[in-house]
Write a protein that binds this ligand. Sequence first.
Ligand code: AMP
Length: 125
Amino acid sequence: MTAYDDQNIFARILRGEIPADKVAENDHALAFRDIRPQAQVHLLVIPKGAYVSYDDFAANASDAEIVGFNRLVGQVAKDQGLSLAEGGKGFRAITNAGEHGVQEVPHFHVHIMGGHNMGRMVSLL
Ligand code: AMP
C-alpha cells in the first residue's frame, strides 16, 4: 500500500491551506466542486481521514467514517437535483485508484458527475 502523502492537494484543502468551492460537509467528509469540471455538475466527495484510495478507505476506515462518507454522497446528489429518489435524472459516481486507475490526487475521492447524459462507460480494450 502506498503511504499517505499529507502534502497532497486534498489534504491541504482539508487543513484550510488552499481554498475550495465547498458545497457540503459533515463530521467525516467534505464535498466541493472539481476545479476542472468534466460535466455540468462535477463534484468531489472526500473523507476527512487520511486514506489514499477506495481500497484503503474500505479496509481501514471506521464504520462511522464509511457511513458518514456515503451519507454525504447521497446528500450532494439530492442537493444538486440528481437523486432519482427526488425526481432527478441520476448521475455517475467514479473513483480512480492508483496507476491503472489513473488517480491524480492520492487522497480517496469519489467524482459525482451529472446534469446531462454521461454517455457509455469508457473502454480502452
Ligand atoms: P483523479 O484523477 O480521480 O485523482 O481526479 C482528481 C481530480 O481533482 C481532477 O478531476 C482534478 O480536476 C481535481 N482537482 C485537482 N486539484 C483540485 C483543486 N484544488 N480543487 C478542486 N479539484 C481539484
